[in-house]
Design a protein around this ligand. Structure first.
Ligand code: 6PG
Length: 253
């Protein structure tokens, strides 16, 4: 396989369990390597790969890498199924839509079957969007004979308030049960629909991508176990939790 393996030493320094990369560009390259490695392994083992994409702005560099010349041809997109960890309750073409960002920077540049793209229907009422998505996830894994929903790879972002997915401080009680829930918060694109921490914690590999100096304080707090942050609810039962950050975000470590 061409390209530097994600797991090689390379320019990575491990601090408090966080893999630190020189800048957002190196972080995105490493995340693309991890995506390609994980998908390749999953397809070899199970014949398909299930990947959950994160929202917000951080993943845009990753999406541009994956749809670019270095990685696009390394992924068997016919066998990759894409999901979203959360969505704003806006139409898919909205600039606030997490699916919309992926559509513009990744999906529109790939030959990926429509049936492999499992978006949260943000244009629906939140409760209906959440229940339909939960049913779609359960059906997806049941149809493949899996013992239950367990994604191969979940990408997550970290908010400056320690939120992840659309689990914000104070909303933890709304995501205690089930796989997908509506969340009502005073945030952009609210209400939201989010996977629950319990669903994410069933994944084989969960990766936080954290970039920028504004995240330095919260990243240090969360990885050290300090404070009660929603991101602290992410603790895979059997899977691997990986923190990846650029130097700016890691300067508090
Ligand atoms: C969303 C995301 C959210 C995001 C963090 C980080 O819908 O906004 O799912 O959890 O990952 O807020 O956002 P940035 O990458 O923009 O800093």
């Amino acid at each position: 396989m061409t390209g530097r393996s994600f797991f090689s030493g390379g320019k990575v320094r491990k601090t408090d369990g966080v893999k630190v990369y020189k800048d957002p560009e190196e972080l995105a390259r490493a995340a693309a390597e991890l995506f390609a490695d994980t998908v390749s392994g999953a397809v070899s083992t199970r014949g398909y790969a299930s990947v959950v994409l994160s929202g917000g702005s951080t993943p845009e560099r990753l999406f541009n890498k994956l749809s670019g010349p270095e990685w696009k041809g390394r992924v068997d997109w016919q066998k990759v199924h894409l999901f979203w960890g959360d969505e704003r309750c806006v139409p898919p073409e909205s600039t606030e839509s997490n699916f919309g960002l992926a559509q513009r920077t990744l999906l529109s540049k790939l030959e990926i079957p429509l049936e492999n793209v499992h978006r949260i229907r943000g244009e629906l009422p939140p409760e209906r969007a959440a229940s339909e998505y939960e049913e779609e996830i359960e059906r997806f894994f049941k149809d493949r004979g899996a013992g239950g929903p367990a994604f191969d790879l979940v990408f997550l972002g970290l908010g400056t308030d320690g939120h992840t997915l659309s689990v914000f401080p104070g909303t933890e009680g709304e995501v205690q049960t089930g796989l997908v829930r509506p969340v009502y918060v005073d945030k952009p694109g609210s209400p939201r629909v989010t996977m629950t921490p319990a669903l994410v914690n069933r994944a084989r590999r969960v990766v936080f991508l954290v970039s920028g100096g504004s995240k330095a304080g919260v990243l240090a707090e969360v990885v050290s176990g300090g404070g009660e942050y929603p991101a602290g609810l992410i603790n895979p039962a059997e899977g691997r939790l990986i923190w990846m950050a650029d130097e700016e975000a890691a300067r508090g470590l």
